[in-house]
Design a protein around this ligand. Structure first.
Ligand code: EPZ
Length: 418
């Protein structure tokens, strides 16, 4: 079994380059199903989730090739099936984007969904509500979702919660429906905006992405073109927190500082020195910092996908911090693993009470999901002695070259087989 071996206590110093955004890439790649012609997509991250979605497109009959290491060319004109009920689709949660894309292309979709979940319950009722508002009939037969329609039509959809996935899926389904579809209480996350920008670049007419009302004026046809994916907000945030936690002087480059505002503000409140530049942020920390309270919220709030990393950071803060999870029903299971480092954390419903202590101690833990894995790495970087982290496959789903990037700034980290 592959594990990460980390010796903690090293100061980090240097520059880390952020890759293309995972959650934008895994929405934009299936969106190509709506396009006639070749799409050239740049700044593609080299991660497992992208590999899986690319293989699903190939399975459906799209022509896909890497023309450079981070540049994909995809022509999905020849796809003539809406059946994506395959093992590959089952292996990744975001395969639900195939529903919106295939429905938008063919008026029908049949997609396998993952049975198990990374953390807690991950419903898709809001996606279904959106498809039904546009005239589709949706049935769920165990792990296969089937959406059918005779005639899709534009309408208004109000989301009870600004769900990222439902917003993206409705946008995908509506892009080619005549008339104007309106999504109210839409998600405003950077990757929602990135998908809208991609679709507009290919000829769609979508306005308001990044606000809570998105208007999609349906077009007959989308044509091929070139698009470059935004930098990964969560990868950037993970390295900013790692530098703050381990101590040192690290510049995280190729990011959009605006996307990082909620994190930068919280790190500054904890006593970390943050310097914003055009497309990079310098993080300086002497390894001593104070307690803060954090509540995760939809964008522009503090991202839930940085919650395990900030909890990990706060285990060594001076004082007791409260971290409230405001997006997912249960996203604190991983804290049991953090306790193995000696951390003092108490969970009360949706709140983690983190009592900061001066020292963590190296141990053996597992990455229970992708961001929890990132949290374990941050704890191991702070801990005295050696730590081993198993279930590395979760981390590889979403972080490109993580070991090399951390090594380059002075971390002692390597992959081992045990
Ligand atoms: C996206 O998931 C991200 N995944 C998640 O990142 C991220 O945690 C989440 O957005 C929130 O920012 C991708 O982009 C692929 P939601 P998504 O729909 O779209 C409830 C990572 O680590 N809800 O915004 O599935 C839901 O239970 C991953 O990169 C419904 O009730 O999240 C949750 O409480 C993990 N019904 C809240 O909304 C629905 O139909 C937010 O979910 C849909 C969601």
């Amino acid at each position: 079994m592959e594990k990460l071996l980390i010796e903690g206590g090293k100061r980090l110093s240097g520059t880390i380059h952020v890759s293309g955004a995972k959650n934008a890439a895994i929405a934009i790649i299936p969106a190509v199903l709506l396009v006639e012609g070749v799409c050239r997509i740049e700044n593609i991250p080299q991660i497992k989730d992208v590999e899986v979605i690319v293989n699903i497109l190939k399975f459906l009959g799209a022509e896909v090739s890497y023309v450079e290491q981070d540049v994909l060319e995809i022509d999905a004109s020849c796809v003539n099936t809406y059946y994506a009920d395959c093992e590959l689709a089952k292996s990744m949660r975001a395969s639900y984007y195939l529903l919106g894309a295939l429905l938008g292309r063919f008026g029908n979709a049949k997609v396998s969904m993952p049975g198990g979940c990374d953390f807690g319950s991950r419903p898709i009722d809001l996606h279904i509500k959106g498809f039904e508002a546009l005239g589709a009939t949706v049935t769920v037969d165990r792990d296969v979702v089937i959406a059918t329609s005779e005639h899709l039509f534009a309408d208004s959809v109000y989301l009870d919660f600004p769900s990222v996935g439902a917003t993206i899926n409705i946008m995908l389904a509506a892009t080619r429906i005549p008339g104007t579809t309106v999504i109210e209480n839409a998600a405003k996350e950077p990757h929602v905006v990135d998908l809208a920008n991609f679709l507009n670049q290919m000829g769609a007419k979508i306005k308001g992405a990044g606000t809570d009302v998105i208007r999609i004026m349906g077009v007959d046809k989308l044509s091929g073109g070139t698009y470059s994916i935004i930098p990964d907000q969560i990868e950037a945030g993970t390295y900013m927190i790692a530098a703050a936690a381990a101590g040192g002087d690290v510049t995280v480059e190729n990011l959009i500082p605006k996307h990082m505002e909620s994190l930068s503000a919280k790190l500054e409140e904890a006593g970390i020195t943050i310097t914003e530049m055009d497309d990079s942020i310098r993080v300086r920390s002497d390894g001593n910092f104070k307690k803060i309270n954090v509540k995760t919220m939809p964008y522009p709030g503090f991202p839930t996908d940085l919650q395990p990393q900030i909890v990990s950071f706060l285990t060594r803060a001076n004082g007791t911090s409260n971290v409230i999870e405001g997006v997912w029903e249960s996203r604190f299971q991983y804290t049991d693993e953090l306790l193995k480092f000696g951390a003092q954390i108490k969970i009360e419903d949706e709140k983690a009470i983190v009592h900061g202590i001066p020292k963590l101690y190296g141990t053996e833990v597992k990455a229970t999901d992708l961001r929890a894995g990132a949290g374990m790495i941050i704890a191991a970087l702070m801990a005295e002695g050696f730590s081993k982290i198993s279930n590395v496959c979760h981390i590889d789903r979403g972080y490109e070259n993580l070991v090399e990037k951390l090594k380059n700034v002075g971390a002692s980290i390597r992959r081992i087989e045990e």
